[in-house]
Write a protein that binds this ligand. Sequence first.
Ligand code: BG6
Length: 473
Amino acid sequence: MRKDFLWGGATAANQCEGGYLEGGKGMGTVDVVPWGENRFPIMLGEMNYKDLPDDSYYPSREAIDMYHHYKEDIALFAEMGFKCYRFSLSWSRIFPTGEEDMPNEEGLKFYEEVIDELLKYNIEPVITICHFDVPLALADKYGSWKNRILIDCFVHYCDAIFRRFKGKVKYWITFNEINMLLHLPFMGAGILFEEGENINQVKYQAAHNELVASAMATRLAHEIDPECKVGCMLAAGNFYPYSCNPDDVWKAMEKDRDNYFFIDVQARGQYPAYAMKFFEREGITLNAEEEDYRILRENTVDYISFSYYSSRCATADPDILKKSTAGNVMKSIKNPYLKASDWGWQIDPLGLRITLNTLYDRYQKPLFIVENGLGAADFMEADGTVSDDYRIDYLREHIKAMMDAVDMDGVDLLGYTPWGCIDLVSASTGEMKKRYGFIYVDKDNEGNGTLKRSRKKSFYWYQKVIETNGASL
Ligand code: BG6
């Protein structure tokens, strides 16, 4: 592994920060996503948050209160030896309604303090500009990314943060899991569907607006600070054909293309031929300006970051499709060769090597694994220890696969930041019980707990991994 390999961890503002109205912050879309049975209808954009019962519980509003604990948390990351820390900024902390002329100074100052705290320990900040949260006012007023006006709002936001953090932040990521807008439109992009709307037209219009915004942000970042690197971010994990029946192979290819579509544009600078044909068939007409295509062409990303939890599986056989589903976000069928986590996410370390190779073959740009990990229900013993050997096993096997991709296949990899390095709110379920961290946080699904932080067994294990640059697993 390269000497400057960026070992670290990853979180997102909406899942750990809390302080949802402090320091002048405005409401974000994720602040109105509840825990419980209404969570999926809201995340899918099928239910309006205004119709939620008054007693709904919104886990992101306090989350793990990193807003007030960040010094303590960063000290723990430093103790593990982190070389980098990936986190996101809350857009509505900086532009409370998304449309102010001037940024909210208190919001900028908060993030500046976080960044300075990281730099104090020589931890490289890796910042996601938009990780699922859009200012709620922009969603209410314009329908979020359905409307081109969001491009200007986003670029205005980027301008404020690029200027403020110039020289301190080298790695930027524009949109977290940009392909998630196809699967969870409200969660991924603040989109709520109106009755009678052509769903695919809406989704791909929003995608176009985000892609143009991402390219404009890339251009702006390079203008303001030529040293910085801007990446895109994909919810990755290849689709395998369920069998060698060519119909299954074709189905898997189509499913992969749904996801690669975004990165094809961000990394190669143009809409792929298969997407143009898909638009034609579906009657999708993009509201685009001639200039958009030039911007996309001239401002491709510097690197490709991605999350990997699992591979996926596709079939053309309707009977098999009916019978078996895996996971809870992207539709996939169960792979009979793989075990799954308690939440049904299939575990496939070799799939990470396959994904790394596929992405590198396809784009030939540096890659960055910015999420990976096992969501599990941890148990704290009476003496305060958490023996999360299952998490260590998961990570060990994935790191081995990652190192094979680098050392044996020659993939250019910048770093590895396991997800939820400190326990946080689950994006898909809203639970605290689904934990990923090296650091345990005392809080339950209903919001009870002291918020006390404790080191798990995996904390000491990962510390050693970093110290030996992956030699000790
Ligand atoms: C990714 C997201 O989808 O997976 C994170 O970028 C999310 O925000 C992570 O938390 C794990 O998913 P979950 O549903 O287990 O929290």
